[in-house]
Design a protein around this ligand. Structure first.
Ligand code: RIB
Ligand code: CA
Length: 310
C-alpha cells in the first residue's frame, strides 16, 4: 500500500534531492508540496519546488506557497550556503507550471481533514512555520496526522547556524515548539544523522552515472559542498533532507531512540536549540523518535538507484 505524504519544503539543493527521491519512489504518493520561506525567500522556494517537479516530469504536482516569514521573528535565510537562487550549481529554466490555488496552510488542513485519519504523513524539510500555523488554525488535525517526519535539530552535533541550533529550528523556534507539543507522532532526522551522510567524490560520480537527473544532483552537491568542506574540513557535504524520505522508504537504515525534545525559544544565546533528553535524565515524556545514526552507504545506494529511474 502506498504511503500518502505532503512535503513541506524550502528548496535548497538538499530539499530538491529529497523531492526527487520521493517522486522516484512508488512506495510514496506525494499529495502535494507546500513551500515555506527558509533557505531563500518564499518566492524562490516556490519557484524552485516547481523546477524540481518539472525536472521529474511532474508538472501536475500541486505546489502551494505557504508562509513567507516565521511566526514571531524576522526571516533568516541561507544564500551563503545555497546560492542566490537557492538552487545554484545547475543551470535550469524557470518553471512553466503555475502555483496551485490556495495557501499551503489551507492545503495542509484541508488534505488532513479530507483523507482518512492516520493516513497522511507530513514531511517538513525546512522551518516548521506552515505546520505550526496549520496546527494553530485547526487543532483538530493533530490527531489526524499519521506522523511528522522532519529534518531538524541536533544533539551531539549541537548546531550549524549557531553553536547551539540547527537552521530549520533556529529560523522559527516558536513553530518548532508548537510542533513538538502537538501530540502528533514525530520522527526527527537531526544533524547527528545527516552529518553521517556526506557526499564524496565516489558518491557524486555515482550520481553522474545515474543519468540526466543524477548529473544535475551532482551539480547541486558540487555547489553546496564548498561551504561545508571549508567549515568542517570534510571531503563532502551532508545531504540533510533526503534522509527524511529515505527513512520512510528504508527505516532499517536508521537507528534512534524515543526521547523528549523541547525547544529553546527565550534565550538569545541558545535560541532554537533542540534540548533532547537522550539519556533520560528528566521525567519529561518522550515525544519524538530522535534518529542518531544512518547506514550512509545504504542511503546513497538507495538514493542513486532511485534517481536513475527518473
Ligand atoms: O540545517 C539543514 C537544514 O537547513 C536543511 O533542511 C537545509 O535545506 C536547510 O533548510
Ligand atoms: Ca531544507
Amino acid at each position: 500500500m502506498t504511503r500518502k505524504i505532503i512535503i513541506d519544503t524550502d528548496p535548497g539543493q538538499d530539499d530538491a534531492v529529497a523531492i526527487l527521491l520521493a517522486l522516484a519512489s512508488p512506495e510514496l504518493e506525494v499529495l502535494g508540496i507546500a513551500t515555506v520561506a527558509g533557505n531563500v525567500p518564499l518566492e524562490l522556494t516556490s519557484r524552485n519546488a516547481r523546477i524540481v517537479c518539472e525536472l521529474a516530469g511532474r508538472a501536475d504536482m500541486p505546489v502551494h506557497a505557504g508562509c513567507d516569514r516565521p511566526m514571531a521573528r524576522d526571516l533568516v535565510t541561507a544564500e551563503h550556503v545555497h546560492g542566490k537562487t537557492g538552487l545554484d550549481g545547475a543551470e535550469l529554466p524557470d518553471p512553466t507550471m503555475p502555483l496551485a490555488e490556495g495557501h499551503a496552510v489551507d492545503f495542509i488542513v484541508e488534505t488532513l481533514r479530507r483523507e482518512e485519519a492516520g493516513t497522511v504523513t507530513l514531511c517538513p524539510l525546512g522551518p516548521l512555520t506552515n505546520i505550526a500555523t496549520a496546527l494553530e488554525r485547526a487543532p483538530d488535525i493533530a490527531e489526524r496526522i499519521e506522523r511528522i517526519v522532519l529534518m531538524g535539530g541536533a544533539y551531539f552535533e549541537v548546531g550549524n547556524v549557531t553553536p547551539a541550533a540547527e537552521f530549520n529550528i533556529y529560523v522559527d523556534p516558536e513553530a518548532a515548539r508548537a510542533v513538538f507539543a502537538s501530540g502528533a507522532p514525530i520522527t526527527v532526522l537531526p544533524l547527528d544523522a545527516t552529518h553521517k551522510a556526506l557526499t564524496t567524490r565516489a558518491r557524486n560520480a555515482a550520481f553522474r552515472a545515474a543519468g540526466r537527473i543524477g548529473e544535475i544532483v551532482a551539480g547541486w552537491t558540487g555547489f553546496f559542498e564548498r561551504f561545508d568542506k571549508e567549515k568542517y574540513g570534510s571531503e563532502g557535504a551532508p545531504l540533510h533532507d533526503p534522509l527524511v524520505i529515505a527513512w520512510l522508504l528504508r527505516p532499517d537504515l536508521f537507528t534512534g531512540r524515543e526521547v523528549n525534545v523541547e525547544i529553546e525559544v527565550d534565550s538569545p544565546l541558545t535560541r532554537g536549540m533542540t534540548v533532547a533528553d537522550w539519556w533520560g535524565v528528566t521525567d519529561r515524556p518522550a515525544n519524538a523518535l530522535f534518529v542518531g545514526d544512518v547506514d550512509a552507504d545504504g542511503f546513497f545506494g538507495l538514493l542513486t538507484e532511485r534517481l536513475s529511474r527518473l
